[in-house]
Design a protein around this ligand. Sequence first.
Ligand code: ADP
Ligand code: MG
Length: 401
Amino acid sequence: MEKEGSEKLNENDDEFFPEKIGEFSDMGLKKEILQGIFKYGFEKPSLIQQKGILPIIHKKDLIAQAQSGTGKTATFVIGTLQNVQYDVFQVQCMVVCPSRELANQIKIVYESIGKFTKIRTQECIGGTKIKDDRQLLFSKKPHIIIGTPGRLFDILSIEKLLSQKLEYLVIDEADEMFSRGFKVQIFRIFKYLPKECKIGLFSATLPKEILQVIELFISDPVRILVKKEELTLEGIKQFYIPIEKEEWKLEALFDIYRSIKAEQSIIYVNARKKVEWLANKMKLNDFSIAFIHGEMEQSERSETMKNFRFGKFRVLITTDLLSRGIDIEKVNFVINYDLPQYKESYIHRIGRSGRFGKKGVAINFLSRVDVDNLREIEAYYSTVIALIPEDFTDFDFTVNT
Ligand code: ADP
Ligand code: MG
């Protein structure tokens, strides 16, 4: 390895780890992992995979930023899988992320790419019985656990020996995990990490304030960063529709869904109650929809997510709970019924479409009070959010690359 971040560069430079490996087969991966990667359908590593897999294999602390949908998950999945000793039946890697749905998705990626290995993974999320988690930890003896911070902390604090052999902690959606609600829980989890445990942080957005917090506990990480001006993706067209009054949004929404044929789409609103309200209105008008928010029973959330993945309905109404990480191939259209409260959230929401080079469309409903916020988002990310063109219903909303 050449440089490993000993040279501190400006945090807006994107090149910190000079070595890029253009082929999975040149990464020195175990053959079962390579077989898993190809079987999963990957041919070439994306840029973040070319740069980010090796630092993990070499057990470096890592801060890895890359645009939404560019393959950050497989970066840490492949890197951490490579280091697991399958005949050591202890937790060697832990992944923490902000939602139960995302934890489940990440677990599935581990299982798919790790299909030909002897990997054992376990999900530890809230809304389920902790007793069941503990029993499974005991009987399954997973190498990798993936979960949400509250539950992971609870388990670590009861099962004190669980983290004994922990070598790598992945924090996905890292900026979210160090802001607002999650920060305290993450720092509590840190108390259970063995000294040698390295940390890999991943996100499409890593605002400066958060990087500063992160640098307080990781002194010399490998850094792969992206300028905020380069975060929006070419493939995702962004529009706004001016809607003077909140009450008029509903009719505008119906108009859109009556005139376009998006395969699957997500509508974001800013409150749980509003999710239910909107879901009711759409159901009454015979749209094929479902909804998820944080106050629902876990079993219902999982069931809805599964059905959406299977394409049983076309529209999912939700909050920022599902703004991050969720990867559903057929989603090519996102509506911000409400503009998000945080700039980062905007990037993540629209990034649910246009995954891995596919095309996507994002439409923002813009009431009068939102105008400044939208302009701010535009300026901050140096992007263009255009007035919706007359002929937008003719757009190709089919998923293609
Ligand atoms: P991110 O976490 O960066 O937003 P994901 O890890 O969720 O993105 O990946 C987005 C999509 O791209 C997933 O469907 C994933 O299977 C696919 N993908 C990732 N890496 C590759 C690759 N090297 N080749 C083809 N598809 C890939
Ligand atoms: Mg991700």
